[in-house]
Write a protein that binds this ligand. Structure first.
Ligand SMILES: *[C@@H]1O[C@H](CO)[C@@H](O)[C@H](O)[C@H]1NC(C)=O
Ligand SMILES: *[C@@H]1O[C@H](CO)[C@@H](O)[C@H](O)[C@H]1NC(C)=O
Ligand SMILES: *[C@@H]1O[C@H](CO)[C@@H](O)[C@H](O)[C@H]1NC(C)=O
Length: 402
């Protein structure tokens, strides 16, 4: 069957504008497109991840282009995610169910069905053209949203080196902005090949909130678009990695019974056949409580900006009456939509991992600040790993240590 009747040849257009950016506005709307992926779980339909204004619900069309031609627009089906935390903009999946051009390389969303009325609309590439069953990486971490003048170098380098010792091969980070010393550290890991930096200039398009609670932190969008970046990261890495960890940059998903993530996942997979979402409980190690022995008060780190996580070995106990936030370790091919603490839509069930097997080491300000040292739990798991020499090497490499 030929679709040529529905195809315009590109000579009709003055030019086809391609977007090289991670964020592309949809003209005549307040909506934004992030990226487009062929979804092999949905018969190869194209999914465009976007950030859309919840109260703006006009008709939208998907327009495809390949090397020499573009299609007419066909209905774009929009699925706003259920999590928006009260902000006016929400992460949205746009599904293009009818695919008029078999070999389309680019797609866009438009308010017009005709390409000739879209001279100024930019097109984005369609990724994940092939599905594979072999992946270059076993463990990848998605870290959403670096913003402000975040310059916590010491914690970042320690955490990156810790991830590597645990068997993480790649970290993806979405960068809105950061502090000057951390910038050098990011470039170091990029050159090393461990870190992929996705530029995320969301503040050029919207007024992002620096918090998660709308009344307290007003703005257009929850937490610098954290939900959009987490979902984007799942699709970006769908055929790059066996497992994906979704956590913040001050959190370490830490096996307590196994030497590394590989060994832990072999066991968890065996015990939970077919499960593709593992939920890990967060545990706060207050940065206000220090190890008394001073064993890891490393003299050469005195002037390095940030927190030395090795000095914080006191863990807050879980409270029965208070929700303990969780983070996720997933098989990305089984997940369709995610939120921060749980997946929203998946083709698999989720299990919560026993905290004796795995918990998140989260060194940060206390949540139970009134507790004394005696009321906290001593947890020296971080001390089982040889971090100091590795951290020193990175700090030397970026010129922060002689
Ligand atoms: C689509 O791609 C295939 C393989 O790359 C090629 O053989 C075919 O000619 C292409 N079809 C069109 C309409 O461009
Ligand atoms: C990934 O895991 C498989 C076992 O599932 C192992 O054989 C392989 O060596 C691992 N790859 C890397 C790069 O560690
Ligand atoms: C992060 O984003 C800021 C703002 O666009 C930019 O100045 C900086 O160079 C970026 N850092 C890296 C490592 O890409």
């Amino acid at each position: 069957e030929s679709n040529l009747n529905f195809v315009f040849f590109l000579s009709h257009l003055h030019r086809l504008l391609l977007s090289e950016q991670t964020i592309t506005p949809i003209i005549n709307t307040k909506h934004l497109m992030i990226s487009a992926y062929k979804d092999h779980r949905l018969s190869g339909r194209t999914r465009i991840i976007g950030i859309m204004r919840r109260d703006e619900l006009q008709s939208l069309y998907c327009i495809f282009c390949c090397q020499h031609s573009c299609s007419l627009g066909y209905t774009a089906y929009t699925y706003m995610h259920s999590d928006h935390f009260g902000y006016p903009f929400v992460t949205t999946d746009v599904l293009c169910k009818y695919q008029p051009l078999r070999n389309a390389t680019h797609v866009t969303i438009s308010t017009h069905a005709s390409i000739t009325e879209n001279q100024d609309q930019r097109f984005i590439p369609i990724r994940n053209k092939e599905s594979t069953a072999m992946f270059p990486y076993n463990f990848t971490i998605c870290i959403s949203n670096l913003f402000g003048d975040y310059n916590n170098v010491l914690q970042f380098v320690q955490t990156m080196e810790m991830y590597k010792l645990l068997g993480v091969q790649r970290v993806v980070i979405y960068n809105t902005s950061c502090g000057p010393e951390l910038e050098r550290v990011l470039l170091h890991y990029k050159h090393e090949g461990t870190l992929e930096i996705v530029q995320w200039p969301i503040d050029h398009f919207l007024k992002p909130s620096a918090g998660w609670n709308f009344p307290e932190h007003p703005g257009d969008l929850h937490y610098y678009g954290q939900l959009a970046t987490l979902n984007e990261c799942i699709y970006r890495n769908m055929y790059q990695t066996k497992y994906l960890l979704l956590n913040d940059l001050d959190e370490i998903i830490m096996p307590y019974k196994h030497a590394n993530l590989q060994q832990m996942m072999e066991k968890l997979e065996q015990e939970n056949p077919g499960v593709g979402v593992f939920v890990v409980m967060n545990h706060v190690f207050p940065k206000t409580q220090f190890d008394d022995s001073g064993r890891f008060k490393v003299p050469q780190w005195q002037n390095i900006p940030g927190i030395n996580i090795l000095e914080h070995i006191y863990r807050e106990p879980s409270r029965d009456s208070v929700y303990n936030p969780t983070k996720l370790l997933i098989n990305p091919r089984e997940v369709e939509q995610t939120s921060v603490h749980s997946v929203l839509k998946a083709w698999t069930s989720a299990v919560t991992v026993d905290p004796e097997v795995c918990r998140i080491v989260h060194v940060r300000g206390p949540l139970q600040g009134s507790l004394t040292k005696e009321q906290l739990l001593v947890d020296k798991r971080l001390w089982d790993f040889e971090l100091i020499a590795k951290v020193d090497k990175v700090l030397q490499n970026v010129g922060l240590l002689i």
